[in-house]
Design a protein around this ligand. Sequence first.
Ligand SMILES: Nc1ncnc2c1ncn2[C@@H]1O[C@H](COP(=O)(O)OP(=O)(O)OP(=O)(O)O)[C@@H](O)[C@H]1O
Ligand SMILES: [Mg+2]
Length: 250
Amino acid sequence: MPETLLYEGKAKRVFATDDEAVLLHRYKDDATAYNAQKRGSWKDKGRTNATMSAAMFTYLEANGVPSHFVEQVDETTIKTKKLTMLPVEVVVRNLAAGSLSRLLGFEEGRRLKAPIVELCYKNDALGDPLLNWHHFRELGVSDEDLEFCEELGLRVNGILAPFFDERGVTLVDFKIEVGRDADGQLMLADEISPDTCRFWDKETGERLDKDRFRRDLGGMEEAYAEMLRRVTGRPSAISGQQSAREGDDS
Ligand SMILES: Nc1ncnc2c1ncn2[C@@H]1O[C@H](COP(=O)(O)OP(=O)(O)OP(=O)(O)O)[C@@H](O)[C@H]1O
Ligand SMILES: [Mg+2]
């Protein structure tokens, strides 16, 4: 399939195909944090995030949540519908962490009374600020679209929080994006991976996500591989560690 690079993002390259309605997302090993002030990369990140995103979109679809996902094409590439993206990052939180801890003065790990949905403006130059509905109206985003975003975020959380809990992982928070297809239908888009979610091991509290990179904790490759293993149940990239861990369990 001929590919034309449409967009080079921080974590993925997005390609147009000969089908106008279809995109390819090729996940990179690169990572950025703090609005791209911090940069890094590690082995198998692209492979892990592509495969985990594919698995999560498939699971959500099976649970009644349509998304842009079509199929995984190779280890680092997924095929999706081409959407017109809303300029919104939908953040859903179950425990306080990161910017919510700063916003409310809550210690990290404090369980919230109910999930909190935040709508942020997807704008790197402004640092993706948290906005209210009045701001979004000013930017031309309709109330109906914002309502869809909030409901979708809560639905996804209602499906994914128990999914990860069963796998020994607390879903602390996550970010999703939303886009509209050619028929005007809004749906879940972008990715679901350790780049876009906070995952804490239920037993040890160990961080299994991009906070390892943000906070210079190291062990990113192992943490991402562990998350993929929890999700797919298949051996992770680091098969030696995998069998050692299985041995520990018995
Ligand atoms: N189905 C889709 N159709 C069109 N664009 C999409 C779709 N899914 C995701 N995107 C967009 O493709 C880009 C993915 O690249 P990447 O995640 O690397 O971007 P980015 O530079 O990290 O930007 P950001 O941090 O704001 O997401 C994002 O801009 C995302 O909004
Ligand atoms: Mg992104």
